[in-house]
Design a protein. Sequence first.
Length: 346
Amino acid sequence: MMTDTIDSAIETDVVIVGAGPVGLFAVFELGLLDLKTHVIDILDRPGGQCAELYPEKPIYDIPGLPQVTGQGLTDNLMQQIAPFEPQFHFSQIVTELNRRPDGRFHVATDLGTRFVAKVVVIAAGGGSFQPKRPPIAGIEDFEGSSVFYSVRQIEAFRDRDVMIVGGGDSALDWTLNLQPVANSVTLIHRRPEFRAAPDSVNKMWALEKAGRVTFMIGQVTALDGADGQLASATVKTPDGEMIVNADRLLPFFGLTMKLGPVADWGLNLDHNLIGVDTEKFETSEPGIFAIGDINTYAGKLKLILSGFHEAALMSQAAKRIVAPGERIVFQYTTSSSSLQKKLKAA
């Protein structure tokens, strides 16, 4: 059970687990009802699956948007929720969820961030995104000390010889972001074509031309070091194997979805999905809601627009928990001056 004091935790109305499109829209619906939110996501940016797995892939079934990319939808949602000033906690995963004696929830992450909230909303898509481990023998011995699957603190890479492996947005973004602080940055990819934003690719090539980044075509086949500290990596290139000095390795081989710690939160599960009602989208635990692809109910459709609908109904129920006895007046943003003022559109 909960042992942390309130003084050591962030107090808020609602904690949202998941910063994908549905989690972001939940911020909007909750904000219209004056509920403050903190959002936790294992990724290092908002957007969830949309922004991470297919940022440039067009989506055709968002009402009012004949075509929008995953990143474009994320950008629009971030602009929409900006008036409510949500607080984001990226690159961390919820590891504890318990009910406090006062009825509120204690939420903690693997980085030690702690929250006390009256409502918890699980909007984690298919579950937690977990990085795919590359097929390199013995890589587990270096994980967490010199091999990392995300960057949580740029300063941890200052003056280090950093090797980045991959050809997507994460690999290119961190090549650009770490180059100014690292002693050296070596980018490894199996071909000279990338699945990243063209602007990022162009900037990387400019750094490579200037001798500030090293790019190699190849694959990492072995790691060398001791006591969890990496010293070098063997890279198989078209011209043969090379030993490259590196004391930090960032492999970006994509992500896979797992239910993760959600499975241990005492909720009713159905084939790794969370059962909810269709009135409030509340789980078997009062005060904990599940919206988006992670929930299940009769007739469920795994569509973003379905998650938006679920977020709206969830928010009405959340308001009743956070402010019991307060009269809730249903209003339309098109005609309500008070809502427009909240949206800074008056």
